[in-house]
Design a protein around this ligand. Structure first.
Ligand SMILES: [Zn+2]
Ligand SMILES: [Zn+2]
Ligand SMILES: [Zn+2]
Length: 261
């Protein structure tokens, strides 16, 4: 990649990519040019032959300033690409799924605030996850390891509970949703809300509402809660532990019950 200064405030960025396909289609271009003004943009739009051509490049980490300093590290925030030559599977999956729907922004599933998606890690100021149910119309349908799922995202303030307006509680047990243990800027291949059941309401069959696990029993892996299971009582097969978020959470103050004197 070469960056060539054109004038005081305009840069020209040229990115060249090697042809991987045997036949290059007419719409594919080996190189592309984009210009941007330094004084009006705080990000760079890159256009390339790949599916990630529509995404912006992160130039600073200002939004991560809301995080406590000790959380800004490579364990809690995804920074590095895993694949060689920038071919990280997770990153490519997220970007190509979004690009197929021409989406460069995604709304937080809890607070509905729009987030920009970046072409490198951290992909978003929050995290992505895959759910077998469509939590909102904004969650795009995709296929992961042969199964249909929906690409969903949560912003870092909702994950962290750092903003008082973005505190979401379980409607049944009033426990605060806490996603602060999750890595930011990447994608989980399971429903992160289903993976952390706070009370027995979350462990019930979606059809007959009988308990599928004992109240203190937990499954081995976080991803187990996203799998389809058959209810032993009504035989209904479903992803029973994945519940609609509106059914489980609220950010409205829960009614305070006074204790009997
Ligand atoms: Zn949010
Ligand atoms: Zn609960
Ligand atoms: Zn059942």
């Amino acid at each position: 990649m070469c960056i060539e200064e054109r004038s005081e405030s305009t840069f020209c960025i040229e990115e060249k990519e090697g042809k991987k396909e045997k036949k290059a289609s007419g719409s594919n271009r080996a190189s592309s040019l984009v210009t941007y003004r330094m004084d009006t943009c705080d990000y760079v739009c890159f256009t390339t032959c790949g599916s990630n051509g529509i995404f912006s490049r992160r130039l600073d980490f200002t939004l991560y300033n809301v995080l406590p300093k000790q959380r800004i590290n490579s364990i809690e925030v995804k920074i590095e690409d895993e694949g060689k030559h920038g071919n990280d599977d997770t990153r490519m999956f997220v970007l190509s799924s979004l690009a197929a729907h021409k989406k460069t922004h995604i709304a937080c599933i809890l607070c509905k605030e729009m987030m920009m998606v970046y072409d490198r890690y951290p992909l978003v100021d929050g995290t992505f996850f895959l759910s077998p149910i469509q939590h909102s119309k904004d969650c795009i349908e995709t296929k992961f390891e042969g199964r249909t799922c929906y690409l969903t995202s949560v912003c870092l303030e909702c994950l962290d509970g750092t903003s008082p307006e973005k505190i979401f509680r379980c409607r049944f047990c009033a426990e605060k949703w806490d996603g602060s243990a999750l890595m930011m800027g990447t994608m989980y291949s399971f429903d992160i809300f289903a993976a952390m059941p706070c009370c027995t309401e979350r462990l019930k069959c979606n059809n007959c509402f009988k308990l599928l696990l004992h109240p203190h029993q937990r499954l081995n892996f976080f991803s187990d809660y996203t799998h389809s299971v058959t209810c032993p009582y009504c035989q209904s097969q479903d992803t029973h532990f994945v519940k609609p978020l509106d059914y489980c959470y609220t950010n409205k103050p829960l009614q305070q019950y006074q204790q009997w004197p």
